[in-house]
Write a protein that binds this ligand. Structure first.
Ligand code: DC
Length: 226
């Protein structure tokens, strides 16, 4: 391999819903020519399959088995990840309210997480990726080259998420109260709760523009690349 090739970094972007992870991760990936992987879409795909197979979100055994018998693929596109579940395109469907709620519930189970983390580690092993989620810097890639933890004031995050839902034109929409509940579940679950890795750069996007956040992240990346 050419010694002068820039190193292909692993960049972890974690944080709660509505903090702006997706936008920052996809813009950063585009700038660097990296692949953006939305790990949450994998939990969403499993939740969808559980709905289709009539499996309870609380049945860890059945969900772990279901995961082992599933093929969940993420295909980066210019407008986000295309999500394939057993070869079928479920990109739109996994953004609907029932799946959003389900994703948060299936993700509390350690054996589900074990399967997801292993798949995510395989997907990102070669580097040149920006992976976003809740536990990327703590569990999936604890040795990631760059770790960002993006947060924002809860009221602002709720407004952003509701606005996003409006724009995407989903039929039913999560209420602010449902968003708060999902947030709480993600932060307080026993296994891999949403927390910042001790070595993550903490960014609060409440009063920062997207460009300002991106600039900070880019500074850190450039430093790593030397
Ligand atoms: O990022 P998202 O909204 O698509 O994530 C959906 C759910 O999946 C979220 O409520 C928690 C879970 N999740 C997780 O537990 N770990 C991740 N790395 C990504 C998402």
């Amino acid at each position: 391999m050419n010694d002068h090739q820039p190193r292909k970094l692993i960049i972890a972007v974690d944080g709660p819903a509505g903090a702006g992870k997706s936008t920052i991760a996809s813009r950063l990936a585009r700038k660097l020519g990296y692949t953006n992987l939305e790990s949450g879409a994998m939990y969403r795909a499993l939740a969808l399959k559980a709905i289709e197979w009539d499996i309870s979100f609380d049945d860890e055994d059945a969900l772990a088995k279901l995961a082992h018998n599933s093929r969940i693929q993420l295909e980066p596109t210019s407008t986000g990840n295309r999500v394939l579940l057993d070869g079928h395109d479920v990109t739109q469907r996994v953004r609907e309210t029932d799946v959003t709620e389900g994703a948060s519930r299936v993700s509390v189970h350690p054996r589900v997480r074990e399967w997801m983390v292993a798949r995510q580690q395989e997907m990102g092993a070669g580097g040149g990726i920006v992976m976003e989620g809740r536990d990327i810097g703590t569990k999936v890639f604890p040795r990631a080259d760059v770790k960002i933890f993006l947060d924002a004031d809860p009221v602002v995050r709720e407004q952003r998420r509701l606005q996003q839902q409006k724009l995407s034109g989903g039929a039913a929409q999560l209420t602010a109260a449902e968003l708060r509940l999902r947030d709480k579940r993600d932060r307080t679950r026993a296994t891999s709760p949403l927390v910042a890795a001790p070595d993550a750069l903490l960014l609060d996007s409440t009063s920062m523009s997207e460009d300002e956040v991106l600039q900070k992240v880019e500074e850190l990346v450039r430093k790593k690349l030397g």
